[in-house]
Design a binder for this molecule. Structure first.
Ligand code: FAD
Ligand code: DHB
Length: 396
């Protein structure tokens, strides 16, 4: 077995792992990133698309927002449709903050290019990485690189390997507490080569289920439909998808949604999950490896970036002057934001989705909450602060 060494071994080249490698490199800290999938796979994987202003500011300060600044679509509000009428929520007027639409896979491409340009080590197609000795001062990761077995000695392991990753699994049972909730529905998401029907996002609550009209570029729209859990895609031919979208977005007297070619489609489960603490010895979990939210409030990617901001600062302090305080406080510092994101995601999920089998009483409570949001400035402001991510920095 060949011996390799680095300062931080990072498992996973999603947004968390790549951003951590980049921020560490800016501080002169070396890392090796190990990714199970191919580069093509991670660059094409369609996922999140809404970046909070804090996320954009961090990417800009890290020097990886050139294309994001040119191509990202800056938003100041969204439309909320229910009971056949449309209402606008002007979150920028309420908070001073904007959001930016820019596909997660574009962030990933930009970060991979930045690592390449800096001569960083990102290895794709590594499907057997296993961290070990993370409860000692000499952790290591074993894997196969280019057909050869290697052992990477390191100071720290960053578990940035998503919900289904290996890092959380190496922590002994009993050392972590998990909190979990599964929703009785899923989202069917499509990407279509059709210019967005509106410049802003449209959230539609209909008795047949929720629908969202989002976008990635001025020529590509992203639409979602609430469907049953474990819904087979085969039950959703194009015609059924467009008919259902038209029904849920219908406005009294409004134009019907146009349909277009579907470029990709997928079903996303609606699940909430948190592990505490987010650290075990010298293993630090970040992003989806430690917590996931249902996609309703678009918080998953933004929470992952928030973890990495804290972890990169903590590791930088340790390498700069040997201080452990920030590393020891990593989990506590992240979890306040994580639970705030959980709460808002759960709240927005219950606001937007008819639950299967719910009674008319529950449906009317939701309608009252929706009306409150579009008639009370106080309610809209509280909502907008969480939506744009302004509530998070207040948590310290
Ligand atoms: P990931 O992006 O999951 O990255 C983890 C990486 O680790 C992956 O590249 C994976 O291949 C790799 N990996 C896994 N196991 C191993 C292993 N054993 N060894 C090496 N590498 C490994 N959020 C939103 O805000 N809005 C959305 O619309 C939205 N849609 C989503 C749709 C889907 C289908 C999914 C799964 C998530 C969605 N999310 C959405 C959530 C958001 O995409 C995630 O929060 C975000 O990707 C988290 O980034 P991450 O880097 O922590 O994890
Ligand atoms: C997107 C997803 C969301 O959950 C959301 O609230 C806004 C936008 C998106 O993928 O574009």
């Amino acid at each position: 077995m060949r011996a390799l060494g680095t300062q931080v071994a990072i498992v996973g080249a999603g947004p968390s792992g790549l951003l951590l490698a980049h921020l560490l490199a800016l501080q002169g800290i070396e890392s090796i990133v190990l990714e199970r999938q191919s580069r093509e796979h991670v660059e094409q994987r369609v996922r999140a698309g809404l970046l909070e202003q804090g996320t954009v500011d961090l990417l800009r300060a890290a020097g990886v927002a050139g294309r994001l600044d040119r191509e990202g679509l800056v938003h100041e509000g969204f439309a909320l449709r229910f009971d056949g009428a449309e209402h606008r929520v002007d979150f920028t007027e309420l908070t001073g903050w904007t959001t930016t639409m820019y596909g997660q896979q574009e962030v990933v491409k930009d970060l991979i290019r930045a690592r390449e340009a800096a001569g960083g080590h990102v290895h794709f197609g590594v499907d057997d990485a296993v961290p070990g000795s993370v409860d000692t001062d000499a952790p290591r990761v074993r894997c196969t690189l280019g057909g050869e077995r290697v052992e990477i000695a390191c100071d720290f392991v960053a578990g940035c390997d998503g919900f289904h990753g290996v890092c959380r699994q190496v922590v002994p049972a009993g050392a972590l507490t998990t909190y979990e909730h599964t929703y009785p529905f899923a989202w069917l998401g499509i990407l279509t080569s059709l210019p967005p029907a509106s410049e802003e996002l449209i959230y539609a609550v209909h008795e047949r289920g929720f629908a969202l009209h989002s976008m990635r570029t001025p020529a590509i729209s992203r639409l979602y439909l609430q469907v049953g859990p474990d819904e087979p895609l085969a039950r959703w031919p194009d015609e059924r998808i467009w008919t259902e979208l038209r029904t849920r977005f219908a406005l009294d007297g409004g134009a019907a949604l146009k349909d277009g070619p579907i470029l990709s489609r997928g079903v996303t489960a609606m699940r909430s999950f948190v592990v505490e603490p987010m650290q075990y010895g010298r293993l630090f979990l970040a992003g989806d490896a430690a917590h996931i939210v249902p996609p309703s409030a678009a918080k998953g990617l933004n929470l992952a970036v928030a973890d990495i901001r804290v972890l990169a600062a903590a590791l930088s302090a340790w390498y700069a002057d040997g201080t452990r305080e920030l590393l020891d406080g990593y989990s506590r510092a992240c979890l306040a934001s994580v639970w705030q994101g959980q709460e808002f995601s759960a709240w927005m999920t219950s606001l937007l989705h008819p639950f299967p089998g719910e009674d008319r009483y529950a449906a009317n409570l939701r309608r009252a909450r929706l009306r409150d949001l579009v008639t009370s400035r106080a309610a809209a402001t509280a909502f907008a602060e969480s939506y744009v991510g302004l509530a998070r920095p207040r948590l310290g």
